[in-house]
Write a protein that binds this ligand. Sequence first.
Ligand code: NAD
Length: 373
Amino acid sequence: MIIGLLKEPSGENRVALLPENVKTLIALNVELIVESQAGTAAFTTDSEFEKAGAKIGQRRDVLSADLVLGINPPTDSELEDLKAGQVLMSVFQPLSNKQLVEKLMSLQFTSFSMDNVPRTTRAQSMDVLSSMATVAGYKAVLLAASNSPRFFPMFMTAAGSIIPSKVLVLGAGVAGLQAIATARRLGAVVEAFDVRTAAEEEVKSLGAKFVKVEGATDDKSAGGYAVEQSEEYKAKQQALIQEHAAKANIIICTAQIPGRKAPVLITQETVQNMAEGSVIVDLAASTGGNCELTENDRVVQKHGVTIIGNSNLASTMPLDASKMYGKNMVNFLKLLIDAEGNLNLNWEDDILANTCVTHAGEVMSPRVKNILF
Ligand code: NAD
């Protein structure tokens, strides 16, 4: 089997495989063709890919491989030119892209969406959402610190005492927990809030305080994800967050519900109540933002508060983000490749079956089918 590695579009610095991953795959008896300059933005040269055993080719050569792999999928017009039966692996975001799913189905591709890997223990090593959320949570705190007019840690100096920054983290999933850990390492006082009651223990274990709103709906069938909350709960939550946000110097927003618009947790009024010079980093920007005033992919100043809307901070750390992404891809590809290096799809494997969006003109993922169709 030939695997083709795409160069990402401009604005995306990561690459889906690094030379170290190419080496591992070649040892599994597959051939690799890498689009020229695919790794440039991630500080990796064509010759490093060649040394690892890949061929370098033009985009059209990569697109004709048996399995075409990237973080972003091929463009709409490129999809039209591919052959039925080709295998595609990308982050398709199927839950917010019904039209694309229909296209993948009608063009008869076998498509795997890496953001659809199930949240199970066995699938953890293939979970790109967790890997990228780890990068984003870390980088969000560094961005907040570099945009803040205050120190994070406490200082007692001859020039007086500095009190530590107060950080509020909204959403204590993978990104939120990494943000808490990073902010604590920098010496801030941290509070966090999540609708999932299980998050309380994790937040406390990182040395942060858990802001608790009673009456949350936890749905065990949601696979570890949050579910929509009642209006009564939302009103209580709004009041409590407003109170804690007004005292925070930094807010890191990470709250999301898969396939839905992000919950609005910080209103314009809340921003008005924050101290001037405060910073909000909103990782939910691409799905509407947790802050009402967030603008996606922009840094704006509102009521003296800097609001950074960025849902792709992983791209700002392309080397380690690609390293993690590539390792996830290799672990997933191992499920699909037999000893001779050929594609062997075992539909009994729950990870493969759940990650597959379309195959032979059908939607395969039960999650995508239930939510979209
Ligand atoms: P996510 O990115 O979908 O959401 C981020 C966080 O926002 C979640 O913790 C969610 O509960 C929270 N949230 C949603 N609505 C909210 C609201 N109105 N107010 C406050 N918080 C809100 O989720 P994620 O970080 O990808 O993961 C969610 C959970 O899944 C975590 O518990 C994580 O540990 C678990 N997980 C398990 C595995 C595994 O077992 N393999 C892998 C990854 C994640």
